[in-house]
Design a protein around this ligand. Structure first.
Ligand SMILES: NC(=O)c1ccc[n+]([C@@H]2O[C@H](COP(=O)([O-])OP(=O)(O)OC[C@H]3O[C@@H](n4cnc5c(N)ncnc54)[C@H](OP(=O)(O)O)[C@@H]3O)[C@@H](O)[C@H]2O)c1
Length: 331
């Protein structure tokens, strides 16, 4: 097939292009060329989607499938107007941040309520309006497309450094600060599994709205499977939300965070989505240990980014936790 990836110069877009090339497809990646190189074997076309005529370099070309990873409603509207034609399979990569309710576990893509979309005059997304902007993007694409709402994407080439915290930390071994309880849920998707499914969707003409995220595991299983795949010798000290927050350990991502941790019950629905429809439609997931091992190999070979608590910050929180235990044991 002739496949156009709008993007393709970083992480998921590049993985999609790479997987499509490996499957023998004729792949074009269209971007500004700022984020990074495109996949080997793909053709690069330079475009700027923020300009009114920014898609002109693609004029006259025909594609059987288009994959768009944009988060900006203006970019999506212009792409739909210029390139979406009957018979062209269209994939829009969205996000589970479109959902209005993060508390209720087990929600499904086809029934869960969405946030209000941003208004039609909003061209660009920001972190503050990311989910609402993606709702507007989805609406601009229409309901004859494959809308893939990704959960946290992990694996080699991740520019965020979020998932990478865990393989990097586990590989050091020793006492590991673990958030919440070993029974809490964790859910994410390996970038290569998501890319494979998106190419599969184009090949098979899959349409509809799905969550693109892997199976739910407990955090205890996740950490021990990853440690075991890395041959790391770790013990886990589970520390509750109140203590973490009192010691300025932050949620999800960024400096001083424990990545992939979200406070419960506020986010009990965010990492517990029902992905049985996606699985029935062909999404498969490799074991988390494989993702952890390959992420670590990539980090080491490329000096890739890792965010989260530093080693000293983790030690300080653990020391405070043990001091509290000792205090509590005093007669
Ligand atoms: N990472 C996660 O954990 C996560 C979770 C849920 C959903 N998602 C979604 O998954 C997708 C991730 O996509 P991704 O990894 O490929 O990263 P991305 O950051 O969404 O990539 C954006 C792509 O668009 C291109 N681009 C940006 N501005 C452009 C412009 N003005 N004109 C032309 N091209 C432009 C960029 O290339 P140039 O800069 O070279 O132009 C890049 O290739 C996104 O849709 C994101 O919302 C991600």
């Amino acid at each position: 097939m002739r496949i156009l990836v709008l993007g393709g110069s970083q992480f998921l877009g590049r993985a999609i292009a790479s997987h499509a090339c490996a499957g023998g497809h004729d792949v074009t990646c269209a971007a500004r060329g700022l984020a990074g190189p495109i996949a080997a074997g793909a053709r690069f076309v330079r475009i700027d989607r923020d300009l009114a005529d920014g898609l002109a370099p693609l004029a006259g070309e025909t594609f059987e499938a288009v994959v768009d990873v944009s988060r900006h409603p203006g970019q999506v509207r212009r792409a739909v107007a210029a390139l979406k034609r009957p018979g062209v399979h269209w994939t829009f990569v969205s996000t589970i941040s479109v959902y209005a309710d993060n508390r209720i576990p087990g929600q499904r893509a086809d029934t869960a309520p969405l946030r209000e979309p941003v208004t039609a005059d909003i061209e660009h997304s920001t972190e503050a309006i990311y989910g609402a902007a993606k709702v507007a993007c989805e609406q601009a694409v229409g309901d004859d497309a494959f809308i893939c709402r990704a959960g946290l994407i992990a694996g080699p080439e991740d520019p965020t450094g979020r998932f990478a915290y865990w393989p990097a930390r586990l590989a050091r071994g020793g006492e590991v600060l673990a958030p919440g309880s070993p029974e809490d849920a964790v859910q994410f998707i390996d970038v290569r599994d998501l890319a494979q499914w998106i190419v599969h969707a184009a090949e098979t003409g899959l349409t509809g709205i799905y969550d693109g995220i892997g199976p739910i595991r407990t955090r205890g299983e996740f950490l021990s499977e990853c440690a075991s795949a890395l041959n790391a010798s770790c013990t886990f000290t589970w520390v509750d939300r109140a203590f973490l927050e009192a010691h300025d350990v932050r949620r999800w991502a960024g400096p001083r965070s424990l990545p992939l941790w979200l406070p419960l019950p506020d986010y009990a629905g965010f990492l517990t989505r029902d992905t049985s429809p996606a699985r029935a439609a062909g999404l498969t997931s490799r074991p988390p240990g494989d993702t952890a091992r390959d992420t670590l190999l990539w980090l080491r070979a490329n000096n890739g980014p890792v965010i989260g608590l530093t080693s000293d910050e983790e030690k300080d929180v653990l020391a405070a936790w043990h001091a509290r235990d000792a205090e509590n044991m005093r007669p």
